[in-house]
Design a protein. Structure first.
Length: 453
């Protein structure tokens, strides 16, 4: 076996994030004020988000945005992350493809989410904010933000989707260990939560509902801002450290990826690995494919509609131009909690429209089968979310084999699954199933959306 791991030094941690919007020929459609349907001005985001983050959100001109030293210093706890050649998986698949993965699971909280959590907490702190709120699905974002909030001395309240609160109690414990307050959503602590519980007393929650609750609390608490772990442009921006490092590491490996794959919830880890490479395609005509892997039970990029929609269930957020399943969509209770979100971020949605991004949807059982093979051949138990990227990678590697072609595949291992073993238990016991959205459910959800585009 030749080189297995490609490692960078601390000095190689990127000094700037990459803002793909500056290089896009067709910019994403503007986000809208839901009351006026007019494009939102940056200042209108200030009540909700730190000003610096609002500015990043709207920035369409600067391709590079400096990473503050304080943020880079905290990145040093676990960055740069390794790029790994998956020889074990290649051998098991007997494929001519070369498979590489960027291992974001080595962060202290086990996922890529810390890349943006640290940045968001820093910019809030810089502006004198004392309290922040957020939502979390599987608990990965909440865990990351809990550490980041503590690092910058901020108080944090996390609304955690109820099903995950019960399925993944250890993520709750992690957040509490870092000092955050964790509330199961829907809760009785907000108007949005009370309404949902009144209408559906047994509702197990969704990211959309939890966002509504976190936004509501932030708007009602002095000196408090809301933070979001995916979907928004500034989150994609922070995550580009993944792809920027991977770019250097692929060079060390002496290869360039033909296909880049990331699992897809709201789009942050996918964008993080893909955008720095996509830049070569946009600016230099490089021939690469980028593929988003999403659950068959929550297929916004493959079966959703491109439309203005809210980012949350109650309709508190601005209107975002996105591929969406409708903001009232209640996804099946799959274990990849981080992928149970109704929409895709505005940048990825535009890139998808422009044919620069592909998408595949994958059934839950296929993801666990892929995860098990990956665990057995590479020694890492992947997060159920990341397993979607692994399943898509295996499909690409099998295609390369069938076509008798060498192909270089790079995927992002967004997190490890060591806190998701209850899900693996169910899989091993044969108790897991597949969920596929029916056309009726889909059109029912979309019918409620106001047509603006
Ligand atoms: C949150 C999460 C995701 C999905 O979110 P994106 O913003 O689409 O990346 C994927 N993998 C892991 C491990 C996560 O925690």
């Amino acid at each position: 076996m030749s080189t297995k791991k490609f490692l960078l030094a601390e000095k190689d941690i990127p000094v700037a994030w990459y803002n793909i919007v500056a290089d896009m020929q067709t910019k994403p459609a503007p986000i809208l004020n839901p009351a006026t349907k007019e494009p939102l001005r940056e200042e209108e985001l200030y009540p909700l988000f730190a000003k610096a983050l609002a500015h990043q959100e709207m920035n369409q001109t600067d391709a590079w945005i400096d990473i503050p030293d304080e943020v880079r210093d905290l990145y040093k706890i676990w960055r740069p992350t390794p790029l790994v050649r998956a020889y074990g998986l290649e051998k098991a698949l007997d494929t001519p493809a070369h498979i590489y993965f960027k291992n974001e699971s080595v962060s202290p909280v086990g996922s890529h989410k810390l890349n943006s959590a640290i940045a968001q907490a820093y910019f809030c702190k810089e502006e004198g904010v004392t309290n922040i709120t957020t939502e979390t699905g599987a608990g990965q974002w909440g865990a990351a933000l809990s550490y980041a909030a503590k690092a910058f001395g901020l108080e944090l309240a996390v609304y955690m989707v109820k099903i995950s609160y019960h399925q993944k109690p250890y993520r709750r414990s992690i957040m509490q260990t870092f000092g955050a307050q964790v509330i199961a959503s829907p809760s009785m602590s907000t108007k949005a939560g009370r309404k949902t519980l009144t209408d559906h007393p047994n509702y197990q929650g969704s990211l959309g509902t939890a966002i509504s609750e976190a936004v509501e609390l932030a708007m009602q608490t002095p000196n408090c801002k809301y933070t979001l772990g995916s979907v928004l442009n500034h989150v994609m921006l922070h995550q580009t450290v993944i792809g920027l490092e991977a770019e250097k590491q692929m060079e060390m490996a002496g290869e360039y990826p033909d296909v880049i794959i990331g699992c897809f919830g709201g789009g942050s880890n996918f964008s993080g690995i893909a955008f720095p490479f996509l830049r070569h395609k946009i600016l230099g005509g490089k021939d690469i494919r980028v593929v988003a892997a999403e659950p068959a039970s929550c297929p916004k990029l493959t079966r959703g509609q491109y439309q203005y929609d809210f980012g949350d269930e109650a309709g508190y957020t601005p209107l975002i131009p996105m591929f969406t399943l409708g903001h009232s969509f209640a996804p099946a209770h799959i274990h990849a909690g981080g992928l149970r979100y109704h929409g895709a971020g505005a940048i990825v949605s535009q890139l998808r429209k422009d044919g620069l991004v592909e998408a595949v949807d994958i059934h839950q059982l296929d993801t666990f089968e892929a995860a098990t093979l990956f665990a057995q051949t590479e020694g890492i138990i992947p997060a159920p979310e990341s397993s979607h990227a692994i399943a898509a990678t295996i499909a690409e590697a099998n295609k390369a084999k069938a076509e008798g072609k060498q192909r270089t595949i790079l995927f992002n291992l967004s997190g490890h699954g060591l806190i998701d073993m209850a899900a693996y238990d169910q899989y091993l016991a044969g108790d897991l199933g597949n969920y596929e959205l029916t056309d009726e459910e889909l059109s029912g959800n979309l019918a409620g959306l106001e047509k603006i585009l």
